[in-house]
Write a protein that binds this ligand. Structure first.
Ligand code: IPE
Ligand code: IPE
Ligand code: MG
Length: 242
């Protein structure tokens, strides 16, 4: 069994938390925290490319976030729309593929259009995967995968015996992607809030205290160093522990 420093960081997942508190502390409306948060994304994406990471997942909106005031929700989708309109050219140039985990059919038409264009224009890109989790819930994703598999059994496409971890994985939104190596949740909250429960099964967790709008490349690099100092055992024993 290798140590973390030998287990390359391929997939990093972020819970971009703390936007609202960041704004409140400055006497600003919460939505300006989301604006500042959206402005952070591109720097962190750039650093992923610089570090030769292959997949970045971002928690942008959870199935539970519908419980927020309508005005805040509308602002959030609007900022995401602006983000993609502004960055799509460079995302294409980088050879990065945009994928969405979640059901975007409930989003405003304008946002759906922008996102579907980003997916379409980058579908052949192979260098990097930019996975935006939007109207995403981990429990809903698992139920969806179970239903898809049940359909296939019903239609005699597969047998029950064919359902294993690999088959299940291939029916999640993240089909074909490696599991998450590192989860970073900013703002000091110590929970996963229904985020990628299957994919995080063996991830390393880091919870920086700072809110997402203050999460810089430098802070991200500290997390990467921390990741490589961890001992990932996967249930085994490392050579130096025998
Ligand atoms: C996370 O920031 C952003 C989204 C939910 C999209 P919050 O809005 O949850 O910020 P806090 O946790 O209230 O500070
Ligand atoms: C999780 O953050 C969702 C996103 C960052 C999109 P929340 O702020 O919504 O999570 P809770 O409610 O504190 O668990
Ligand atoms: Mg929050």
């Amino acid at each position: 069994m290798a140590k973390s420093k030998e287990i390359k960081l391929k997939h990093v997942a972020f819970i971009m938390d703390g936007n609202g508190r960041w704004a409140k502390r400055r006497g600003l409306p919460r939505h300006l925290g989301h604006k500042a948060g959206c402005d952070r994304i591109i720097d962190i994406y750039e650093e992923c490319l610089a570090q030769d990471i292959k997949v970045m997942s971002l928690y942008a909106f959870s199935t539970e976030n519908w419980n927020r005031p309508k005005d805040e929700i509308n602002h959030l989708f609007n900022y995401l729309d602006i983000f993609f309109k502004k960055q799509i050219k460079r995302i294409i140039k980088d050879g990065s593929r945009v994928i969405i985990s979640g059901d975007i059919s409930a989003l405003p038409k304008k946002t759906q259009k922008t996102i579907n264009e980003a997916i379409e224009k980058t579908k052949e890109c192979k260098n990097f995967v930019f996975n935006i989790c939007l109207n995403y819930g981990g429990k809903a994703e698992i139920v969806r995968a179970a239903k898809l598999l049940a359909e296939e059994v019903k239609n005699n496409k597969i047998k029950i015996e064919d359902i294993d971890e690999n088959a299940f994985s291939n029916h999640l939104y993240t089909a074909g992607l490696p599991d998450v190596d590192l989860l970073i949740r900013t703002s000091g909250e110590l929970r996963t809030s229904n985020y990628l429960p299957w994919q995080l099964a063996y991830a390393e967790f880091i919870f920086p205290e700072i809110p997402w709008p203050d999460f810089t490349k430098e802070e991200f690099r500290k997390c990467i160093n921390e990741y490589y100092s961890r001992n990932r055992r996967f249930g085994g024993i490392n050579d130096d522990e025998k």
